[in-house]
Design a protein around this ligand. Structure first.
Ligand SMILES: *Cc1c(COP(=O)(O)O)cnc(C)c1O
Length: 451
């Protein structure tokens, strides 16, 4: 009998994170100081990050040891299962073999605790008492709240206001794990107050919430900032996904032809794809596809250039694909994919043609989510459903072409706290939104000029 899921023992949790930088044909460009436009040094970042994470951020070491204390907490849900999507394959009548890595088994329901836990650990070790961070729909905030409670750190979360009012469940999870949650824009920070002065009804954005959290951390010596995606160290931490998947596929006697992940800031995509890309860079045949929403088409329609990571312009310039730091994405249900920028590592690999990207509209993504829920039983997160759409399309192409490819995708989270989105879909209330090219151009025209 063909096994449905491939389970590793706790002994097989990776002991090291993988950093793709030394394997890249062109390493990513360094972040620049917004004032001097020179590469930022450790001193510039010390106000908001612990040194251990700053060292990781600029590391050119291929492997980074995972601390025992982090491994110990990883065992609460890792290794995560790898499933063969037998029922989905049968439904599609495809000759393709589809596998998915399921990160929804973490206590927060997504891949994000893979980095929240080590970030909390390094901050605690550096003597930090409190973490200030932002969250959109609440996936990152809840992961950080969980990590804070594991290591005895206070956590303050600036939550994008629309989600704060419309999506109470993750806020309740954050508060259950002991975090303090403020709707953003708030009246606590200068960035928040300024935004509210301009527009008292500002619904908030991820970029603005980042400004608030960075300002909070920079103005309190016992407080640091934590980011749930985009930065290099976050992407390395997520490599446990791909490293485990590689072992699991080997048990099944497989190696993927195609690796797929949804892409918000790039961390779960990098997490599953980079350990395989290491082989591709060394000559192995393999495609990796990053999937984004057509309402926030960072890779497929953005520019590759330096931009701020936040709305207020408090962060360093990052060299990345961007739609412009004051880009206001529409309120689609895949809240985790609404960031204006992308990981510099993912961006450079896309620029160099090593990975592919594609964008899908919301309705076709939910159609794929429905098929998945009815065949594989798990109700997927709206974000992850972008990867499912791409996996289904690739499997259907295999059927058309009579090819037996092995497709691997990351199911980055479950959708049990996003059921309101399914309710909207089922009641015909979801609409497609393609961000107009004109608005993208306008937003990009306002970007800082780097000399
Ligand atoms: C946050 C989130 C994403 C997007 O973030 P990445 O950094 O691109 O991985 C994707 N899926 C889920 C379930 C999320 O919570």
């Amino acid at each position: 009998m063909q096994e449905t899921k491939i389970i590793l023992s706790e002994k097989e949790i990776p002991r090291q994170w993988y950093n793709i930088t030394p394997d890249m044909p062109n390493p990513p460009k360094p972040p620049l100081h917004p004032g001097t436009q020179q590469p930022v040094g450790p001193d510039d970042l010390k106000a908001i990050f612990p040194m251990a994470l700053i060292e990781q951020e600029v590391s050119t070491q291929r492997w980074i040891d995972i601390p025992e204390e982090v491994l110990d907490i990883y065992t609460l849900w890792r290794p995560s299962p790898l499933f063969r999507a037998k029922r989905l394959e049968a439904f599609l009548k495809t000759p393709a073999r589809i596998y998915y890595k399921y990160e929804g088994v973490s206590p927060a329901g997504s891949h994000k605790p893979n980095t929240a836990i080590p970030q909390a650990y390094y901050n605690k070790k550096a003597g930090i008492k409190r973490i200030a961070t932002e969250t959109g729909a609440g996936q990152w905030g809840s992961s950080m709240a969980l990590a804070g409670t594991m290591f005895g750190l206070d956590v303050t979360v600036y939550m994008v206001k629309v989600s704060y009012s419309q999506k109470p469940y993750r806020r309740i999870a954050m508060e259950t794990w002991g975090a303090t949650v403020h709707p953003s824009p708030s009246t606590i920070t200068n960035s928040g107050r300024k935004a509210l002065e301009l527009d008292p009804n500002n619904p908030g954005s991820l970029g603005l919430a980042i400004s608030e959290a960075v300002e909070d951390a920079a103005t309190h010596p016992d407080t640091n900032y934590a980011l749930g995606s985009v930065l290099n160290h976050v992407v390395y931490h997520q490599s446990v996904i791909g490293l485990e998947a590689k072992k699991q596929l080997a048990i099944a006697g497989e190696y993927p032809d195609i690796v797929i992940g949804c892409c918000g800031g790039g961390s779960n995509f990098g997490g599953i794809a980079f350990p395989f890309l290491a082989d591709k860079i060394n000559g192995k045949e393999l495609r990796a596809i990053a999937v984004e929403p057509s309402s926030c088409p960072t890779l497929t329609k953005g520019d590759f250039r330096y931009d701020f990571g936040d709305t207020a312009g408090l962060t360093p310039f990052l060299m990345m694909y961007t739609l412009g730091h004051d880009f206001m994405p529409p309120g689609i249900h895949a809240g985790g994919l609404r960031y204006h920028g992308d990981s510099p590592l993912v961006s450079q690999l896309y620029k160099d043609g090593i990975i592919e990207a594609r964008a899908y509209r919301q309705l076709t993504v939910f159609e794929a989510a429905m098929v998945f829920a009815k065949t594989e039983a798990i109700i997927p997160a709206p974000e992850s459903s972008h990867a499912i759409r791409a996996a289904i399309d690739e499997a259907l192409l295999c059927k058309e072409e009579g090819k037996e490819k092995c497709i691997l995708f990351n199911l980055s989270g479950h959708g049990y706290l996003d059921l309101a989105a399914y309710d909207d879909y089922l009641n015909g209330k979801l609409v497609d939104f393609e961000y107009p090219d004109e608005s993208i151009k306008e937003s990009l025209a306002k970007l800082p000029v780097i000399k």
